[in-house]
Design a binder for this molecule. Structure first.
Ligand code: BTN
Length: 244
């Protein structure tokens, strides 16, 4: 599934590297940008991503994906669902959940974050950046996220072979992106059944407003559905700042 691998022992952000390299990758090819040590990981919104030693940190430059424009919000959910499937293989009966649009949660704590970007000149090529806590000790994490995070090794009760985890992630991303391109309904079923926020009170921060209400699930098109006092809203962007 991956045509090229670009490994950097250390780098600021694999997403930044991938965004710069994307123009050089042929339209029908993909490239994996992988690092052992990411120094300035970017998160969604204003967030940063801290990855300790033993974490999996990579960005996948996708081939050009011919998707109708209104389907691009589904890419986020598709990547998140793929990561849930991959994580599930290593946590012995644990059920990863998807916090819209693409955070992977295990036992109520975040195990993986995903940041999807497009290279400046492109509308159909994506950089899917993934940070997955695998064997990295969470005691290394910044104090403000320590109690909110978990790792695969914590959930599995043992350390895990990083290469096997990486291969599972890449296989699932490939399989799920193929389902997306084929217009399969299986994906929407998958993200609905993995959804963490359903029935919970949420606060979604958008650039110009915040929407508060009760989450009523995820739509087929990937929207977060929020029941507010003024009716149901279908939301396509933003960050869920709070949920209870
Ligand atoms: C989030 O949870 O806010 C998204 C975190 C995404 C982190 C990954 S790590 C690899 C890639 N490179 C980055 O700079 N960020 C993403």
């Amino acid at each position: 599934p991956v045509h090229h691998v670009h490994y950097l022992p250390e780098t600021d952000s694999t997403n930044e590297v991938a965004l710069h390299r994307a123009g050089e990758v042929a339209a029908d090819q993909s490239e994996l940008v992988l690092t052992s040590r990411q120094l300035r990981g970017k998160g969604r919104g204003e967030n940063r991503w801290h990855a300790g030693e033993g974490a999996l940190t990579f960005s996948l430059i996708t081939p050009r994906l011919s998707l109708p424009r209104e389907q691009t919000p589904r890419i986020s959910l598709t990547a998140g669902l793929a990561m849930c499937h991959a994580v599930e293989q290593f946590v012995g009966g644990g059920h990863p959940q998807l916090k819209w649009p693409n955070d992977v949660f295990l036992n109520g704590r975040k195990a993986a974050g995903i940041l999807i970007e497009s290279p400046g000149d492109s509308v159909d090529r994506f950089v899917i950046g993934i940070g997955l806590n695998v064997n990295n000790p969470l005691t290394d994490a910044p104090a403000e996220v320590r109690d909110l995070a978990t790792s695969l090794s914590e959930a599995a009760g043992q350390s895990l072979p990083l290469t096997d985890v990486l291969i599972a992630c890449l296989q699932q991303l490939d399989a799920c992106l193929k389902l997306l391109l084929a217009g399969s309904e299986e994906l929407a079923r998958g993200w609905r059944s993995a959804s963490l926020l359903d029935g919970r009170k949420v606060r979604l921060a958008l650039p110009t407003e915040a929407i508060e209400g009760v989450c009523r699930g995820i739509g087929d098109d990937g929207a977060l559905l929020i029941e507010t006092p003024s009716g149901e809203r279908a939301c396509y962007g933003g960050v869920v700042e709070r949920f209870e």
